[in-house]
Each structure stands twice: as structure tokens, then as C-alpha cells.
Design a protein around this ligand. Structure first.
Ligand SMILES: [Zn+2]
Length: 125
């Protein structure tokens, strides 16, 4: 866990797609959550940004982007920023994106971090 915490600063500054690939490999849900939310809420998401990801992940990300705005405005008053978006005002709250990331990637985000080897295991070879 210490190594993961140490890497977190580095991870948040690299390309989100690279973070996702690394997070899937290392099974770190917090990195996935952060990177998915970053891509979902980005003002634009060119295909080149998601090129390294599998099709399902790409589709889910575009689904979230497509759904978040209408979700925020589904009720008469936006349930995230509490404004009226009727005049095409873009919601500045990223709550809808974060909620959708949790829903869509639910299974993946519930992964457990890898077990930390105990000192006993480390000497046991
Ligand atoms: Zn809003």
C-alpha cells in the first residue's frame, strides 16, 4: 500500500488512459475512479485519448458523457447544481459524472487491492 500511495502523485499527472491501464493491472480502484471521472467530465474527449483502452471501457465513458447532462437536467431543477439548465446553461457540477462512473463501472470499482505481503512471506523463499 505504501508503494501505491507513493505512486499516486505521479499517477494523477499522467495521461488518464495510461492510469486506467495501470490501475486495472495493479487493481487499484481509487486510480480507476479518478481517471474515469477525469475522462468523463473532460470538456472534450477525442478518440486518441481513449485509444489504448478496451472497447467496453471506451463505450462506457462515452455513455457517461452522453447521459450525465440529461441526468442533471431531468428534473425541473438540476439536482446537482440546483440551477435551471433550460437556456442551455452547461452544468458546472461534475456530480452527475462521478455518480455515473460509480454506477457504470460498479463491478470494477469494487475490486480489492492486492494483498500486502507480510514480512513472514517475504523471508519465506
Ligand atoms: Zn446542473
Amino acid at each position: 500500500m505504501k508503494a501505491i500511495n507513493g505512486l499516486s502523485g505521479h499517477v494523477s499527472s499522467q495521461k488518464a488512459a495510461d492510469t486506467i491501464i495501470l490501475a486495472k493491472k495493479c487493481r487499484v480502484a481509487s486510480w480507476l475512479r479518478e481517471a474515469y471521472a477525469r475522462l468523463a467530465a473532460a470538456s472534450s474527449l477525442p478518440l486518441s485519448e481513449v485509444a489504448g483502452l478496451d472497447w467496453q471501457t471506451q463505450t462506457y465513458l462515452y455513455y457517461i458523457r452522453d447521459t450525465a447532462k440529461s441526468r442533471a437536467t431531468m428534473k425541473r431543477r438540476c439536482e446537482y447544481c440546483e440551477l435551471w439548465h433550460l437556456a442551455g446553461i452547461v452544468c458546472s457540477d461534475t456530480g452527475a459524472y462521478s455518480d455515473l462512473v460509480e454506477e457504470v463501472f460498479k463491478e470494477e470499482l469494487s475490486i480489492d487491492p492486492p494483498p500486502i505481503p507480510s514480512p513472514v512471506d517475504m523471508w519465506d523463499y
